[in-house]
Structures are given as structure tokens and as C-alpha cells.
Design a protein around this ligand. Structure first.
Ligand SMILES: Cc1cc2nc3c(=O)[nH]c(=O)nc-3n(C[C@H](O)[C@H](O)[C@H](O)COP(=O)(O)OP(=O)(O)OC[C@H]3O[C@@H](n4cnc5c(N)ncnc54)[C@H](O)[C@@H]3O)c2cc1C
Length: 363
């Protein structure tokens, strides 16, 4: 049995910890924040789950499957309906009542016609500009889901499983560097590990590796966004699930229209604007203006709100990093930026599980 230290409790870290424990190791997760789950979680404000921007779960993707397997109670989900998504200055993404346009969309899908506006909108909302035919098809067949419990419900299921297999978790612990088997924390304390899995994001992994005297990771461009999540006591969106402005790279969802069982009254707006050439602050202001024009009077109806200026969604291109480049130092990497067959949260979870399979099982 080896001592495995996982740095970070996002989906990559949770996947790595679960797999390491299943393989018979003694596992500790160190998380720098008070909250677990990284970017894929939400916080309860007066019983209303407020997250880090819109998150859609791929039906029967790795995360959905794992959550179904881990708990007797299936995660409660609701599909985002493509027929209820509007494209600004265009109309419905999937025109259900227009046979001619429906045939055009089917043809565009078959021919992978990326000039077709519905295909562009589907790609944007399904994977935020990353390439994924699976998620595009899933969106158009109503197989991208929102959770009725917020993403903390999914994280909670994994946490319960980790507890059952005896994974030890410490919050408020920031890892600074690794010296041989010794892992040094920001508070000056240290801990011993045979294997370390860095599941703390690309930037932080790089910082820790640099501090440890190891070579930098290659630079990988990422897609970032500003987000606003807000619970309102009003209904500014008339019956739509979402609205997309392709030119502005803005998506606005009404999570409670999609998932009527989500706790709270009124609407739950989750909005995102991709950052191009402006600062996070400017981009956030532009997102607020988009909300002003799409959800008239929203600022007078706020119950709770979370704004994020600049958060990284995922890696921009096809290039990703191999999980085992520091294998000779017994350090492994995990995150959606690691070579992997999936994208977004599925990639994060799967990369963690795969990293844990790169060192031997306990005898
Ligand atoms: C706006 C937005 C929209 C998204 N939409 C979707 C979507 O629709 N569908 C989907 O599947 N995915 C989506 N994603 C992607 C998904 O959230 C991420 O892929 C996933 O959460 C990344 O998990 P991770 O574990 O790699 O990283 P993170 O979630 O960032 O976790 C890293 C953890 O490490 C901790 N940490 C950092 N440094 C240290 C340190 N030195 N010591 C200890 N702990 C440390 C952090 O506090 C954090 O908890 C979206 C992301 C964003 C931001």
C-alpha cells in the first residue's frame, strides 16, 4: 500500500482519489479552499445553489455514469431542450415548427456544416467553443442535462463514496512544493507521500513544479469567461431555456425553466460571456449589459448573486499534456488539460482516474 497525496478537490482530484483508494492505497486530499469540488460546484445561499456559471452534464458521460453508479438515489436531472433555445437575431436553435428548417439542420449536422448558425450555436452552448461532436449531438437530441440539486449534489455523491473507502481530506491546506517524498505546505508543515497527483489546475501545478525545481509545463491556451449567477424573484425570460448571442459570445440560461424542481422562487439566471480581447472586468461589465437588455429590470429583483470576472473553462486547442511527464519524480498530473478522450468536467474526472492507474496497485 502506497501513500498517495492528491492536491486539489475538483473533479480531477476526486476522480484520482477514488481510483487510488479503489486500487488499495492510503489516500489524502489536500484542498486549499474551504469548499470542495473546485469549479464544478455550487454554494447554497438561502437554500438556492449558486455555481460558477452554467454547467451542462453529458447524459451517460463519465461523470453522469459515475454519479449514477455511486449512489442508490440517481442524480435528479432535467434536459436542456434545444427547441427552447433562442439565437439572438435568428430565432430558435432547433426550429420545431418549421419542417424546411428542420431538414436543413439535419443536413447541416450530417455534413458537419460549421457555417450553419444552429450548428455554431449548438457547439457554443454544448462545449463553449471546444470541439466535441458528442456534446453537439447530445444537445440537439436533448441529452445535455442540468442537475436539479446543483453541481454540489454530484460532488456530494463522490464525497460520500470517498468517505466509505476511507479517503482522508483536509481543507484550507495549500501545497507549495515537493521535495522527494516530502510535500511542503504554505503553513510550513509537511507531509510524506510515495506518489503525488497534482489536480490543482494548470497554473497552480506549474507554480508547484517550479517551486520544486522541476521544468515548467508547456504553455497551453485556455478559454476563459466571465460569469453571473443570480437568483431573482421575477421571471424576465418568457418560457425560454436559454438565449445565445453568437456575436457577443454570451449565453444566458434560466436554470429554473430547465429544472422546475430547483429550489427557490422566481428564476435562476446563469450567464456567461467568453473573454476575447478585453480584461475580465470589462468583459463582466459587458455581460451585465447583455443581461440588462435581455432580462429587463433584473437588478431590482436579486435574491442572491455571484459574479466571476475571469475563470478558465478548458483548453482551447487539441494539444494537451501527458499525465506522466514527471513520473520519475513520482508526480502525476490530472485535469481537463491532460491528454484524454473527453472534454470539460468529464475530462477532469477521467484524467484523475487515469493518473491513478499510472502507478502500481497495492499488493
Ligand atoms: C464557466 C464554466 C462553465 C463550464 N461549463 C461546463 C459544462 O457545461 N460542462 C462541463 O462538463 N464542464 C464545464 N466546465 C468545466 C468544468 O467545471 C471543469 O472541467 C472542471 O471543474 C475542472 O476540474 P479540475 O478538478 O480539473 O479543476 P478545479 O475545479 O479548478 O479544481 C482544482 C482544485 O484545486 C485546488 N487547489 C489549487 N491550488 C491548490 C494548492 N496549491 N493546494 C491545494 N489545493 C489547491 C482548488 O482550490 C480547486 O478546488 C465549465 C467551467 C467553467 C469555469
Amino acid at each position: 500500500m502506497a501513500r498517495v497525496l492528491v492536491v486539489g478537490s475538483g473533479l480531477a482530484g476526486l476522480g484520482a482519489a477514488l481510483e487510488s483508494a479503489i486500487r488499495g492505497h492510503q489516500v489524502v486530499i489536500l484542498e486549499k479552499r474551504k469548499q470542495l469540488g473546485g469549479k464544478a460546484t455550487s454554494t447554497d445561499f438561502d437554500g438556492i445553489p449558486v455555481g460558477f456559471g452554467p454547467h451542462l452534464l453529458l447524459k451517460n458521460g463519465p461523470l453522469h455514469k459515475l454519479c449514477k453508479k455511486l449512489s442508490r438515489m440517481k442524480p435528479k436531472t432535467s434536459p436542456l431542450l434545444a427547441g427552447k433555445i433562442d439565437i439572438v437575431n435568428h430565432g430558435p436553435l432547433k426550429p420545431l415548427d418549421n419542417v424546411q428548417k428542420s431538414i436543413e439542420l439535419k443536413r447541416a449536422l450530417k455534413n458537419n456544416d460549421v457555417h450553419n448558425i444552429s450548428i455554431q450555436a449548438a457547439d457554443f452552448i454544448a462545449s463553449w467553443g471546444l470541439k466535441s461532436d458528442i456534446r453537439r449531438k447530445a444537445l440537439l437530441s436533448n441529452n445535455l442535462l442540468t442537475t436539479n440539486e446543483g453541481w454540489q449534489g454530484l460532488i456530494g455523491r463522490i464525497m460520500l463514496a470517498l468517505d466509505e473507502v476511507g479517503v482522508y481530506l483536509e481543507q484550507g491546506r495549500t501545497v507549495e512544493k515537493i521535495e522527494g517524498k516530502s510535500v511542503i505546505l504554505a503553513d510550513g508543515k509537511d507531509t510524506i507521500a510515495d506518489y503525488v497527483i497534482l489536480a490543482c489546475g494548470l497554473k497552480e501545478s506549474n507554480r508547484i513544479l517550479k517551486n520544486s525545481g522541476l521544468q515548467d509545463l508547456p504553455n497551453i491556451p485556455t478559454i476563459s469567461a466571465s460569469t453571473i449567477e443570480v437568483a431573482l424573484d421575477s421571471y424576465p425570460f418568457s418560457g425560454k431555456h436559454a438565449e445565445i448571442d453568437l456575436e457577443q459570445k454570451v449565453a444566458i440560461f434560466d436554470m429554473r425553466r430547465i429544472a422546475p424542481n430547483l429550489t427557490g422562487l422566481g428564476s435562476h439566471i446563469s450567464a456567461l460571456k467568453i473573454i476575447d480581447d478585453v480584461s475580465g472586468q470589462e468583459n463582466l461589465e459587458q455581460l451585465e449589459q447583455a443581461l440588462d437588455s435581455r432580462c429587463s429590470g433584473w437588478k431590482d429583483h436579486i435574491i442572491s448573486i455571484r459574479k466571476t470576472k475571469n475563470v478558465s473553462i478548458g483548453v482551447r486547442g487539441e494539444d494537451r499534456i501527458s499525465a506522466d511527464i514527471y513520473a520519475q519524480n513520482n508526480i502525476f498530473l490530472a485535469g481537463d488539460w491532460i491528454e484524454n478522450a473527453h472534454i470539460l468536467s468529464d475530462a477532469a474526472l477521467e484524467s484523475g482516474r487515469q493518473s491513478a492507474r499510472l502507478f502500481p496497485k497495492a499488493k
